[in-house]
Design a protein around this ligand. Structure first.
Ligand code: ADP
Ligand code: MG
Length: 339
């Protein structure tokens, strides 16, 4: 009997173990954000190898996208006084993408907002409302048209422009990590508000990954979920980096037209897209555009987006149903689903 039981146990283990992939999670801090990469593999070592490889790629990108590190390409470019600079391939590709999305969104996304970011100091000890004259002076240097891409990784900044790739950095890193995966790898990459959900989720029958869209008033809770596979889900909102003064909230997404934090009646925008860089640029741009213009832009370009408004409405674009399963959970939190 004992022997039969042992044989049975072995069989269960063999079939069970073979069917159940092992996971490994790498938690780390990069690009000023907590990141977490969970990879699955046939054994723990394989899962760990994948997760660590992606972590290393993202860490290696940090100097390519940072503008504060003095050893970075962007720092050199921003301090070159208009001279031509050679930058790394990654930096060049990120600037190229940023310019492309700036043109596409009519400048709502603009990677030359650095002087405004510095002036307002959101998320630093020096966060404050600048004088209008200071804002005007900073805005005089803003404009993606001031970026000259000269080919062969050569870039020049005109008119005292300064680059800030903070609006697409995490999306670019998500895409760069995803590019290392073969199509069948199961990985959930969480880079702050940027999520990449690749391959099959072994923990669910559907194989889909469930990603929450945060409640802006309690980011540990969700207003909705989207079920996705092979996609990135990116959210930008006013609830993570901000300060308050006289009952008003000043957050880190700036309207390039005013030099003020975008005051568009939105709390957050989520974009679901194959390309995380695109989704990242879009969440920032759509936040600046506001609900009406943003919805129109999405309809014109088939973009899957979820808008959360300050008057507690959740709107989804038509494309959302085409790319994922959306579930609204905001009723009890006082939100209405406007569709
Ligand atoms: P997060 O970095 O919190 O995910 P975003 O992707 O929306 O949020 O990026 C916001 C960052 O992008 C800001 O911290 C700033 O560095 C930069 N930024 C702010 N406003 C704009 C804008 N209109 N266009 C491009 N980048 C912007
Ligand atoms: Mg963004």
């Amino acid at each position: 009997m004992k022997r039969i039981l042992a044989a049975f146990m072995l069989l269960v283990c063999m079939t069970g173990c073979a069917a159940q992939p092992q996971s490994y999670t790498a938690d780390f801090f990069a690009m000023d954000t907590f990141m977490s990469i969970t990879a699955y593999g046939e054994n723990e070592q394989a899962a760990q190898d994948t997760a660590v490889q992606l972590e290393q790629r993202i860490n290696a990108l940090e100097p390519a996208l940072s503008r504060t590190r003095e050893d970075s390409d962007l720092y050199r470019l921003n301090h070159a006084d208009g001279a031509v600079c050679e930058v790394s391939e990654d930096t060049y590709a990120a600037i190229e993408a940023a310019v492309q999305y700036a043109e596409w969104t009519g400048g709502a996304f603009d990677p030359t907002m650095a002087p405004l970011t510095d002036l307002w100091g959101i998320n630093t000890d020096n966060a404050h409302i600048p004088a209008q004259a200071e804002i005007d002076a900073a805005l005089a240097h803003v404009g993606y048209q001031n970026i000259e891409l000269l080919g062969d990784n050569q870039v020049r900044l005109l008119n005292g422009a300064q680059l800030d790739l903070g609006g697409i950095g995490k999306g670019f890193a998500t895409d760069a990590a995803a590019a290392l995966l073969d199509g069948s790898a199961s990985v959930l990459a969480t880079l702050g508000g940027n999520i990449g959900a690749y391959g099959e989720n072994p923990n669910r029958d559907s194989g889909n990954w469930v990603v929450g869209i945060a409640d802006p008033d309690n980011s540990a809770d969700y207003l909705a979920t989207v079920e996705v596979r092979g996609l990135s889900v990116v959210t930008s909102g006013d609830y993570e980096r901000y300060f308050e003064q006289d009952g008003r909230r000043y957050h880190h997404i700036f309207d390039p037209a005013t030099g003020y934090p975008a005051d568009s009646g939105l709390r957050s925008v989520t974009v679901i897209d194959e390309r995380s860089t695109r989704a990242d640029a879009l969440t920032t741009a759509l936040f600046v555009m506001g609900l009406e213009d943003g919805m129109a832009f999405c309809a014109e370009h088939d973009i899957a987006a979820v808008f959360v408004t300050a008057d507690k409405q959740v709107h989804t674009t038509e494309q959302v149903d085409a790319v994922c399963t959306f579930t609204f959970l905001g009723d009890e939190k006082g939100y209405a689903y406007a569709q």
